[in-house]
Design a protein around this ligand. Structure first.
Ligand SMILES: *Cc1c(COP(=O)(O)O)cnc(C)c1O
Length: 400
């Protein structure tokens, strides 16, 4: 399926191999184990000499279809899946890191990822260095000081900073590091980091891949050699994606390209609208020309994504009054859903962090993250407009 365009892959990749009985859709194979009458065949499959399934913690046909689809969309040789995005991240890091190793990363990683770096990896004797997210020169200096893993994320959560992926991958490889990137915010429709030179690209499938906020999952794509090692760590440690979630993710992915294209459009229009609103101090969206990472984003992304954030005058108080007024935005954690989702980082992506830690990451308490859905744009804009119009003017005066 590698010759086809993303929209075609989203529909056809990974499916044919898993169809039985003339079914046109991949079934949910709810089976813990897979049996064989022929002892030699069983042994060959169990020892990896022949393709097939043995036990549900290792592999499953529905899950394999999901993995194959994402693998094709990322243009990867192999992929392996996990129960959540965080499992994909932690299992991948623990596969490769040893006591005494050094990781170079950025300050703006996803909140849970940041906790792995600050809380768990140090307990395993791994040293983690945090760089200013879009200070490429600083990252290069730290990489040159020596590291086994360079861990990136782009665009970042929640202020949509952009990393020059090709430049960082080159620097990482020059130092002999394994280069890993979390591409969740972009989805494989907007960005394919393997083409830009990274070794592994991860996704929280919970977000754009599934797209309907009804299933958790994670996936990592890369060379067969690397994925085999990560798969082995996961099959033993057990953070396996279950068949029902695989099916939901697989089903969601059939419209991935349509959803993401619409979300790209909606996010751009919402960002442009927010720029015209007096209540709004800053709008963070890589599609805006004045965004610090716009030129890099334009070069390395096929679309600017459905995520944006903005800060409001009056800070936290304005956030508290504005969000409940919005009728067409779910006030919830998560992102990348067909419906618009809105929330402050202090209760969503960075809830694990203290206000001081958020401040150090450059996340103002008055920041609002907006995950554009696929609604009609006129309705989304009108909804924002009525919500801003309902705010008491005293709040504005406080900050103006
Ligand atoms: C949500 C998210 C994760 C974690 O994924 P889960 O599926 O919630 O475990 C990791 N990285 C990014 C960028 C995310 O948005």
């Amino acid at each position: 399926m590698t010759q086809f365009k993303p929209g075609t892959k989203a529909l056809w990749s990974g499916e044919k191999e898993q169809l039985a009985y003339g079914a046109t859709q991949v079934p949910v194979v709810h089976s813990v184990s897979f049996g064989y009458d022929d002892m030699d065949e069983w042994h060959e499959i169990a020892t990896g000499k022949r393709e097939g399934h043995i036990y549900g913690r290792n592999t499953n046909p529905t899950t394999q279809a999901f993995e194959d689809k994402v693998k094709d969309l990322e243009g990867a040789e192999a992929a392996t899946s996990f129960s959540t995005g965080m499992a994909a991240i932690s299992n991948t890091l623990y596969t490769f890191l040893r006591p005494g190793d050094r990781v170079v990363t950025i300050k703006d990683t996803y909140g849970g990822t940041n906790k792995i770096f600050t809380e768990f990896l140090p307990k395993s004797g791994v040293d983690v260095v945090f760089c200013e997210t879009d200070d490429h020169a600083e990252i290069e200096v730290e990489i040159a000081n020596g590291c086994q893993v360079l861990y990136l994320e782009s665009p970042t959560n929640p202020t949509l900073k952009i990393i020059d992926i090709e430049r960082m991958a080159k620097a990482g490889h020059a130092a002999g590091a394994l280069v890993i990137i979390d591409g969740t915010f972009a989805s494989p429709v907007n960005q394919n980091p393997l083409e830009l030179g990274v070794d592994l690209v991860l996704h929280s499938a919970t977000k754009y891949l599934g797209g309907h906020s009804d299933a958790l999952g994670g996936i990592v794509c890369g060379s067969k050699e690397l994925i085999d090692q990560i798969y082995h760590y996961r099959e033993i440690n057990g953070a396996t994606l279950n068949p029902m979630a695989s099916y939901l993710l697989l089903r969601g992915m059939k419209t991935l390209h349509l959803r993401v294209e619409r979300q790209n459009e909606n996010a751009m229009k919402v960002a442009q609208y927010l720029k015209t609103i007096d209540w709004v101090d800053d709008v963070f969206y890589p599609g805006l020309e004045e965004h610090k990472g716009h030129v890099i984003a334009k070069r390395q992304m096929k679309g600017f994504g459905g995520m944006l954030s903005f800060s409001v005058k009056g800070g936290l108080e304005t956030v508290h009054q504005l969000l409940p007024k919005m009728k067409l935005a779910k006030r919830a954690a998560s992102l990348g859903c067909v419906q618009t989702i809105i929330g402050p980082p202090r209760t969503t992506s960075h809830v694990e962090c203290t206000p001081e830690e958020r401040e150090a990451m450059g996340i103002p308490e008055g920041l609002i993250r907006y995950s554009a859905g696929i609604e009609d744009i006129d309705d989304l804009i009108a909804d924002l407009e009525q919500a801003f119009n309902s705010l008491p003017k005293e709040l504005y005066a406080k900050d103006a």
